[in-house]
Design a protein around this ligand. Sequence first.
Ligand code: BG6
Length: 338
Amino acid sequence: MPVNKTARTVQISLPSGESAEIYYYGATVTSWIAGGKERLFVSGKAALDGSKPIRGGIPICWPIFGPPPKEADASLQYHAKLSQHGFARNHNWTLDHVVMDRPTGVSVKFTLDPTPEIISIFPHPFHLSYVVTLTKHELSTDLHVVNPSPTKSLTGAVSAAITSALPASVVGSESKVPQSAADDAAHHELKFQALFHTYLAVSDASRVKIKGLKQGLTYLDKVGPQGWTERTWQGGDLVIDKQVDRVYYGLGKHEDVVLEDGEDKLTVHRVELTDVTTWNPTAEAGAGIADMEPNGWVRLLLAVNLGAFSYLTLLPPSYRTPGQEWIGQQVLKIAGGA
Ligand SMILES: O=P(O)(O)OC[C@H]1O[C@@H](O)[C@H](O)[C@@H](O)[C@@H]1O
């Protein structure tokens, strides 16, 4: 069976032996086997019961990446109250349908819509869908973000706009929807950051060379006594020889990031995801992370999280841009295939 459902997961596979596993919780991809090896790292201490975000695989950070914004920007007032990396990674998604099921490729689509719990922390309409596609040499993950169109007048009460965009099952939670006209503007635009927090498995992170970061790129360095500092990348390969926690901004469309460790090569291709974050705190700095297995930092190369770190804005489709949808895509590809 190329698509197999269990209580907590959807597993997809090809007759040639490649496979992937996706948890409903967070729509987190927890396994990708290609070229005879597991390519994703999941900590042996990761919680897989839905009690906290899964430490490994490909968690989805949405609608924020990192800590919540501190800016006094009214349009980010709800983002400012979210927990680190947002709520997409710790809510159950729904398997929408099997998009493709062929010997050469299998693809499944998951969705996430507001639930009463989400509305209580983020009272804004949204519709997310997530397509995971497995082919012989690639794993592609595509996040689609839609700002549902209010069916009523946009100058009307925001609660009407929001409730009209929500599934009937959650309309009962109207009291949690903001009522004031002041909230109205903030609720017309859907602002978000989006990031695939990909934990890649390697045999020894310190041996991996990360290529493709061009000299002159601006990056945010989150490590060091000065706190978050913007620097200019001097070029060359990035190696994990010390604690690394960075965001490289604005890579070009065709600038793939390539990971090489002597025996293996993995290419990371991005569509609409302009920034690349790299994080590996190493054993010393990562010791406080309770759900990381002992020595996990060696096996983990969280080298390439692709994301849109700046806030992107989507307007309601019926308001200005009918049918507007944002699609961010990450394609992981092992060497040896077209
Ligand atoms: O423990 P979390 O919430 O999954 O976050 C892990 C890490 O995620 C990284 O992307 C951040 O840059 C780090 O600062 C953070 O520690």
